[in-house]
Design a protein around this ligand. Structure first.
Ligand SMILES: [Zn+2]
Length: 182
């Protein structure tokens, strides 16, 4: 169990490593990834999704088309700005109130889906990483990603992985089944 914790912690702590690790996986529209680590009172949540999801959030299509031929930097900049409007991880996940978890740090990043993957040229992944301190982590009985499903119409499923204390976590959630027991 220890080695799982260490690997996930390292991946989370170094944001770049984490993004690269994810990019090595798949960029599939409709599929989101969440990583959750609870160690003592500290809860870390990383939420990654295809950045196209942001564009479909009330952004009008015509404006999007005009930007088609602009360079990558501008697209990346625009996506970053849209991502930063999601100020809190609580826009994605709901935790039990009694666990008294407070967000102490949130970071946002947008990375281009890399390498020789021609199919995904011009596609980006968005990542939100949050660190929380929980006053009573023993009350963290479940997590719900209902807010994410409400925020984005086009999420098919969310793959959740993590470590809660000494228990490994791996579940796939859908809009009809958005929560998991810890
Ligand atoms: Zn894409």
């Amino acid at each position: 169990m220890r080695h799982i914790t260490t690997a996930l912690t390292i991946a989370l702590v170094s944001g770049v490593g984490f993004a690269e690790q994810r990019n090595a996986g798949s960029h599939v529209h409709g599929l989101n990834h969440a990583t959750i680590i609870l160690e003592g009172n500290r809860l870390q949540i990383a939420y990654e999704f295809p950045a196209e999801q942001l564009a479909e959030q009330g952004h009008d299509e015509h404006k999007h088309d005009e930007h088609k031929h602009d360079d990558h930097d501008e697209k990346e900049h625009e996506l970053s700005e849209q991502l930063q409007t999601i100020e809190s991880i609580f826009s994605m996940v709901r935790l039990h109130e009694n666990a008294q978890c407070k967000e102490i740090k949130v970071t946002h990043s947008v990375t281009q889906v890399g390498g020789n993957d021609k199919e995904h040229t011009g596609h980006y992944d968005a990542l939100i990483q949050a660190t929380l301190e929980c006053g009573a982590p023993e009350n963290l009985a479940n997590l719900s990603f209902e807010p994410a499903f409400e925020q984005f119409d086009d999420i098919e499923k969310i793959e959740v992985e993590g470590v809660i204390g000494n228990k490994a976590l791996s579940e796939t959630l859908t809009a009809t089944s958005p929560s998991l027991a810890l």
